[in-house]
Design a protein around this ligand. Structure first.
Ligand SMILES: Cc1cc2nc3c(=O)[nH]c(=O)nc-3n(C[C@H](O)[C@H](O)[C@H](O)COP(=O)(O)O)c2cc1C
Ligand SMILES: CCCCCCC(=O)C(=O)O
Length: 391
């Protein structure tokens, strides 16, 4: 196939390659990646990525809430020309997808965030870099050229460090700020506790901090002279459970681009975000990694959309594994979704090519699901395209 007009063309590319004996290096059913990663990568890293809070009930609920909703396909609608593009936070995107912020990616692959960011940039998908990345934000920005990038903030106790992160992110071309609110403390995560595995304690995921002048100013000795003290300083200040809504004014003053609050599940919190001058929210329970027993993200989405859909950009994550999951989130009112664990597994299994594979599979499947359900793009989706609990 000479040119790719539709994301679904990836399907033919795979079949055509098959005529020369080539088959995809990774499964095209992305739900199989976790098991494969479990065989090929160490139990610590895979346990950290796959794991969740408590007994895992929130992560299971995320999947169940998406599965429970079923698509009601419509027939005889012209879908031969399709366009998945959307505008998000004033930026045109090729598809309603961004890569979610995932910290410590060097536990999955040595090329870590740079490989994931390059794959995203090559497909026109925004990459959201975690504060807790294994690679400094400037290096990731350089690796992805002019690719769309957003910066995820873990809102440090120390205001100077936060202000410094925002200055650095702006200078490195990150256009939007995603402030994660659901991790003021690390949750009870039995899979990591049982292995006593926490990458941060080994200095993984601290690159933005250790390279930061304001962070370093708080250390008695340079990082290389006393790395343990640097890690302790990081753990003590990476987030702040004392923050409240009025504190958002500080971020609004120091960041002139769009600000999106990640981890919103209650409609009143979404309203507070709008009242505080924020631009968007991510309806997310952190992939079930924070509050065990939490509401499933897809169950929270309709109420948030109803509360603020006309005031804020509503994004969604937690449980997205397939193109039909994306379809459902969009039909429930999300403007776009963030993809989490599947791309981390793709990275672990095949570096940048693995992330590319994951992006292409997801968007090809979305394109086909839309077309086969009578939609030429995300714009025509409504809750009426789903059965049952669309609210
Ligand atoms: C290993 C791992 C690390 C994560 N690190 C971050 C992070 O640094 N910042 C953040 O806001 N969210 C982080 N998340 C949460 C994701 O951004 C996203 O909300 C979650 O993965 C979505 O759930 P899903 O993977 O089940 O789709 C992390 C998730 C995983 C699996
Ligand atoms: C001590 C730092 C914890 C950062 C948490 C990273 C994350 O969001 C996750 O693992 O989930």
């Amino acid at each position: 196939m000479a040119t790719t007009r539709h994301w679904a063309d990836f399907q033919y590319e795979i079949y055509l390659n098959g005529m020369t004996g080539a088959v995809p290096r990774l499964p095209t059913d992305l739900t199989r990646l976790e098991e494969l990663a479990g065989h090929r990568l160490g139990p610590g890293p895979v346990g950290y990525v796959a794991g969740s809070a408590g007994s895992g009930s929130t992560a299971r609920a995320n999947r169940a809430a998406l599965d429970r909703r079923r698509i009601v396909p419509r027939m005889l609608r012209d879908v031969h020309e399709r366009d998945l593009s959307v505008e998000v936070l004033g930026r045109p995107l090729r598809a309603p997808l961004a890569l979610a912020p995932i910290g410590v990616l060097s536990i999955m692959h040595p090329d870590a965030e740079c490989a994931a960011a390059r794959a995203a940039a090559a497909r026109g998908v925004p990459y959201i870099l975690s504060s807790a990345s294994s690679t400094p934000m400037e290096q990731v920005a350089e690796a992805m050229g002019d690719g769309e990038r957003w910066f995820q903030l873990y809102w440090a106790k120390d205001r100077d460090v936060t202000a410094s992160f925002l200055d650095r992110a702006r200078a490195a071309g990150y256009t939007a700020l995603v402030v994660t609110l659901d991790t003021p403390l690390l949750a009870w995560r039995p899979r990591d506790l049982d292995q006593a595995y926490l990458p941060f304690l080994h200095g993984v995921g601290t690159a933005n901090y250790f390279s930061d002048p304001a962070f370093r100013a708080g250390l008695a000795k340079p990082v290389h002279e006393d790395p343990n003290a640097a890690v302790t300083h990081f753990v003590g200040m990476f987030a702040d459970p004392a923050k409240t809504w009025p504190d958002l004014a500080f971020l609004r003053e120091h960041w002139d681009g769009p600000i999106v609050l990640k981890g919103i599940l209650h409609p009143d919190d979404a309203r507070s975000a709008a009242d505080a001058g924020m631009d968007g929210v991510v309806v997310s329970n952190h992939g079930g990694r924070q509050v065990a027993g939490s509401v499933a993200a897809a169950d929270a989405l309709p109420r948030v959309v109803e509360a603020v859909g006309d005031r804020l950009t509503v994004l969604f994550d937690s449980g997205i594994r397939t193109g039909d999951d994306v379809f459902k989130a969009l039909a429930l009112g999300a403007r776009a979704v963030l993809l989490g664990r599947p791309y981390a597994y793709g990275l672990g299994l095949d570096g940048q090519a693995g992330v590319d594979h994951v992006i292409r599979c997801l968007l090809a499947e979305l394109d086909l699901t839309l077309a086969l359900s009578g939609h030429a793009g995300p714009g025509s989706l409504t809750p009426d395209d789903l059965t049952g609990e669309s609210a």
